[in-house]
Design a protein. Structure first.
Length: 55
């Protein structure tokens, strides 16, 4: 939220799949993009993910 990016984490009601993929107990990251998101917002998201993942 500090960067104006809102995302969710968890298993998103797909616990068996999340467990099968070895994602538990933390689950996965979910980001929703729609037609009203700007290219600048997408760039900001990608930059934040690269920073978090060390890319």
């Amino acid at each position: 939220a500090a960067r104006g990016i809102f995302a969710w984490s968890g298993n998103f009601y797909a616990l068996p799949l999340s467990e099968a993929l070895g994602l538990e107990p933390d689950g996965a990251l979910r980001v929703g993009l729609l037609h009203y998101n700007t290219s600048g917002e997408v760039d900001r998201l990608v930059a934040a993910l690269e920073e978090l993942l060390g890319g």
